[in-house]
Design a protein around this ligand. Structure first.
Ligand code: G
Ligand code: G
Ligand code: NA
Ligand code: MN
Length: 255
């Protein structure tokens, strides 16, 4: 499907917008944050996911517009949830390499936080582990350092799939590691999976990093990563990505 011609309309009408997937603490069972995931409610093609439209957005040089839209709408959702007495401590947005190479990135983020009067500590910056390989110039680490200094939480996404070195974790100011769901699958019965996740968790503990396991689908997987000491979990078994209007109801059921 040819989407490039519809892109401007998708942004202008708000049809390109975030859905939110819950993240909870294995300690308390409480909501600790949500990940913002892009969706396009297309008038002809129906609900599209990033796999359908990210290539078009990249080819159209619109990736920074997507990121700014995702941050803007996510902070707007936070403000609305606050007014409804629905406490969401953190919203994490996916940033691309293009964003991280933009010298104006800290200003873009600061401006949006100001506009919504939301503290930087409530915005998570999700960066793919693979992005870090391209950060040969100083701009990428400098931007992450600046965002961290503002108070944002830096999340290293899909950890374990992209040859990340421990040096990179330090150099890129990571606060939390998101353990890729490839390591979580069947972890309650698979000893190899348990060994790898235990090793990652030990490393994170030694480095003072927080941890989140992605792709939790079953109670058995939840129980095992919790027992191994992982701090946070996210996955279909906890909650599926949902529209902003659905989150307060979901949270009520959690409590
Ligand atoms: O939501 P879904 O599982 O379809 O997401 C597929 C992929 O798209 C995930 O790897 C996710 O990180 C990525 N993604 C989702 N939303 C965004 C976004 O707003 N910006 C970027 N750059 N990637 C996103
Ligand atoms: O790469 P990233 O971690 O951002 O990918 C997030 C994507 O993973 C989202 O598109 C989301 O729909 C998907 N996802 C979230 N939880 C699960 C899960 O439990 N199982 C599977 N298979 N996919 C998931
Ligand atoms: Na992500
Ligand atoms: Mn991930």
């Amino acid at each position: 499907i040819a989407l490039a011609h519809d892109l401007a309309n998708g942004f202008d009408t708000g049809r390109i917008h975030p859905w939110f997937q819950p993240q909870i603490s294995t300690d308390t069972g409480e909501l600790t944050g949500v990940e913002a995931l892009a969706r396009w409610n297309h008038p002809h093609h129906g609900l599209l996911t990033p796999g359908d439209f990210l290539p078009t957005i990249e080819a159209s040089n619109a990736i920074c517009r997507l990121t700014d839209t995702m941050i803007d709408q996510s902070l707007d959702a936070l403000a609305t949830w606050d007014q409804q007495g629905c406490t969401v401590p953190l919203v994490s947005v996916n940033f691309s390499l293009t964003d991280l190479r933009d010298p104006a990135l800290p200003d873009r983020v600061a401006w949006l936080l100001d506009r919504h009067e939301i503290g930087a500590e409530r915005l998570g910056v999700e960066v793919l582990e693979t992005v870090l390989h391209h950060g040969t110039d100083q701009q990428v680490p400098n931007n992450l350092k600046a965002l961290k200094a503002m108070g944002c939480l830096i999340d290293l996404d899909d950890f374990g799939t992209g040859n990340a070195s421990i040096t990179n974790i330090r150099r890129f100011s990571a606060d939390r590691i998101k353990i890729d769901r490839a390591f979580v699958r069947d972890i309650d019965t698979d000893r190899d999976q348990q060994g790898m996740v235990a090793a990652i968790l030990t490393m994170c503990e030694q480095l003072g990093l927080e941890t989140l396991a992605e792709g939790i689908e079953t109670p058995g997987e939840y129980a095992m990563v919790s027992q191994l000491g992982c701090g946070h979990v996210q996955g279909f078994g906890i909650g599926r990505p949902m529209e902003r209007e659905a989150l307060p109801g979901w949270l009520e059921k959690l409590q």
